[in-house]
Design a protein around this ligand. Sequence first.
Ligand code: BG6
Length: 467
Amino acid sequence: MTNYFSKDFWWGASSSAFQVEGAWDEDGKGKTVADYNAFQKSDVQADTRVASDFYHNYKEDILLMKELGLKAYRFSISWARIIPDGDGEVNQKGIDFYNNVIDFLLENDIIPFVTLYHFDLPFALVENYNGWESRDCAFAFEKFAKTCFEAFGDRVKHWQVHNEQNLMIRVNIRMNMYDVPSEQAEKVRAQMDYHMFLAHALATNACREMLPGVQIGPAVSSTMTYPSSNRPEDVWAARMNDNFKTNYALEMYCFGEYPGYYKEYLKKCDIYPETKPEDEEILKASKPDYIAVNYYRTLVASYLPVDEAHPFGTKKNDIDFDLYGYFKIEKNPNLEVTDYGIQVDPTGLRLLLNDYYEKYRLPMIITENGLGTGDQLTEDGKIHDDYRIEYLKDHIAACNDAISDGVELFGYCPWSVMDLLSSRQGFMKRYGLVYIDREDFDLKELKRIKKDSFYWYQDVIKNNGLN
Ligand code: BG6
């Protein structure tokens, strides 16, 4: 196989603040939506208070990243560590922590690749503003972004604004939408989504003004949908599934407006968000420099007719959600499925990268891709995760293929650099290259153990790709 990875390709790895840091209430940090859910509402009571304890172990962890050979580390800043109530005073101790992390990464020749918002809205914003439902939240985010650009922009040259807005908006616990009556839910969701787009644009524009020459863009949850048959309406349904789950967001980020099919849907359902005339200029000015792609699976869709009982309503299923009048999600019998129901499809990644490149002509980086499963610590004190090696190998090969097709892909960051709190299954489901020796309810010593995949990825990096 010819190796198409350029010499300066970013072999990286990823994490996010609430999933690794722990120290949930230390040094002035405010409570976040992620803390609140885990403590009070989630049925998986994994101990988010400590997570992987990166807050206290960042030096040891960064030295492991150096040993691995990472060129870049993609991580997020906790908004509530920097501004505890989301919109007020800055917490100097929060700034100090990220300064230390960034400086130590740079000392070890690792590029800090920073996400501003990864699922962890400061809880005070929910209490004071009703979260993203309020326009004020977008301006609070702009303020937080500016604080980060000011504090870290001399050293951080690559930023991501929101992680997976397009997925987050569908997850009620992330949006704190527990108590919204179901008949209002889609209207509230559409308004929140719009404010998040506005926040994204405000932060991007501020970045351009304050830090000329740096790179900024969104990270999207990405999937590729196959039609369940060659019936034209199923082909349309598959297209609409991608459009409603990812492309509408990419269009908003890249062109500053919703695409026609999405506007039509919002109007048809009478859920068009409130906007202001001045937003148009803000949204249109904020084209990203690149697209960060989070990729785990593909889907299959068939046409789902409108149902009189819930016209254009959504319906949850085992895999994802259906939308009446548009699409219904089905299982793909041609693909292997992980323990957690994810349909593994490296070719889908090649297709998707080609698709995005044709549409948006922007450089791309994979910021998440990985296999979540329950690893076993064996008696020899090791983790023999050949299944993860297979998974990563096939997806890296798909990246190589996509580059050979002409796609501008500048990096690959597996999820995740170390075991971390899975967004729904705590530490039962692990993604890391480094094992964190703890269980959901037993912290043990939080020892770091390099998995077989660590050594394998180290070799990939040394060889600049696959042999
Ligand atoms: C992505 C998120 O959607 O998927 C991560 O950005 C998350 O935060 C990852 O951990 C894997 O999902 P899960 O639910 O297995 O943790």
